[in-house]
Design a protein around this ligand. Structure first.
Ligand code: 8DG
Ligand code: MN
Ligand code: MN
Length: 376
């Protein structure tokens, strides 16, 4: 067999939106290491170094072969000195001492735990760390802490939420979401986005995009859905954010800006019949045995106007790095501004309409990249 058939490193784009990145990662031992480094820089709020490692991880994920020699990365973009050093260490030693240092670092370990709680970011982690807290258990035990409603829910359902969502659970929740939405709007389009649309079989949450192709608009849809789930006892937490979209406003140029759609970050109660229910099969017996027959699941619901749907779909499908690179590509290579609502051509001074994701790629002069090739 040929070694690295016709692979030309200098032809690899620095933008992940010009590469195909499937879940088939030949360089996991490198990309896991880079992601640890990136996360540590995120905890230190060093965005430049964080992005440098995320870009390198993303690039190695797209390579069609395993890197085994320094020669393999010659001529590739996104590989700076810091990254190169770690690759060299891993090739020679099988692991990186710099990465191991981070993994054993007290601050990193504490931040890693804190940020795994729904509603907790770097700022809160910093505060808790300064107070001397180190673990989620210590946070739970500290009754003097002032917690947001979101953080309270995050701690209450912590074990369920850190155990990942499976594809089967995503399908079950998908049915619930579709059924509920369709009782109010039979023609509504409900699409699973995020990691599951990219073909992942696990996730930290389930993301849905909801739009109404028909003539009828319904600003109350999200509230109706949430109210019904409340009535049915299925809603464990929800934070509804109203739309802040302004039509004339130019898209945000910030690469990580939040969009303006009406949305809801929720925690749903998913009932799971126990596999072994031969000994207890009534709800009373379940209760007596203190067996929990449900799991808390994080769900994001986003409502979009139909004409913005392809842009919202592209943005919410991710990956986050793929989205960042799309916007960076649009700005730097096309003088266009892309966000989850639309695409603005700064030369022509017009918004470009799109009826599908394919049309957005075409507007940008990019070859189409399938959702499962966007795991950058
Ligand atoms: P995971 O849940 O399996 O861990 O991965 P994911 O599905 O890729 O990540 P996510 O955090 O659920 O976000 C899905 C995509 O949505 C992500 O690529 C970025 C994009 N996205 C937006 N706006 C927002 C936002 O306001 N919050 C979050 N969390 N993601 C957003 O376009
Ligand atoms: Mn997700
Ligand atoms: Mn999400």
């Amino acid at each position: 067999a040929l070694e690295m058939p016709a692979f030309i490193a200098t032809k690899v784009s620095q933008y992940s939106c010009q590469r195909k990145t499937t879940l088939n990662n030949y360089n996991k031992k490198f990309t896991d290491a880079f992601e640890v480094m990136a996360e540590n820089y995120e905890f230190k709020e060093n965005e430049i170094f964080c992005l440098e490692f995320l870009r390198a991880a993303s690039l190695l994920k797209s390579l069609p072969f395993s890197v085994t020699r320094m020669k393999d990365i010659q001529g590739l973009p996104c590989v700076g000195d810091q990254v190169r050093d770690i690759i060299e260490e891993i090739i020679e030693e099988g692991e990186s001492s710099r990465v191991n240092e981070v993994l054993n670092d007290e601050r990193y370990k504490a931040f890693k735990q804190f940020t795994s709680v729904f509603g907790v970011g770097v700022k809160t982690s910093e505060k808790w760390y300064r107070m001397g807290l180190r673990t989620v258990e210590e946070v739970k035990a500290d009754k003097t802490l002032k917690l947001s409603k979101m953080q309270k829910a995050g701690l209450l359902y912590y074990e369920d939420l850190v155990s990942c969502v499976s594809k089967a659970e995503a399908d079950a929740v998908s049915l619930i979401v579709k059924n509920t939405v369709c009782t109010f709007l039979p023609d509504a389009l409900v699409t699973i986005t995020g990691g599951f649309r990219r073909g992942k079989n696990i996730g930290h949450d389930i993301d849905f995009l909801i739009t109404n192709p028909g003539p009828r608009e319904d600003d109350e849809l999200l509230h109706k859905v949430i109210d019904l789930w409340k009535k049915q006892g299925l809603l464990l937490y929800c934070d509804i954010i109203e739309s802040t979209f302004v039509k004339e406003q130019l898209p945000s140029r910030k690469v990580d800006a939040m969009d303006h759609f009406q949305k809801c970050f929720a925690i749903l109660k998913l009932y799971q019949p126990r596999v072994d229910n031969s000994t207890c099969n009534t709800s009373e017996q379940l209760e007596m045995a203190e067996v929990k027959d449900w799991k808390a699941i994080r769900v994001d619901l986003v409502i979009t106007p139909f004409e913005q749907y392809p842009y919202a779909l592209l943005g919410w499908t991710g990956s986050r790095q793929f989205g960042r690179d799309l916007r960076r590509y649009a700005a730097h290579e096309r003088k266009m501004i892309l966000d989850n609502h639309g695409l603005y051509d700064r030369r022509k001074r017009i918004f470009l309409k799109a009826g599908s994701e394919e049309e957005i790629f075409a507007h940008l002069g990019l070859d189409y990249v399938e959702p499962w090739e966007r795991n950058a």
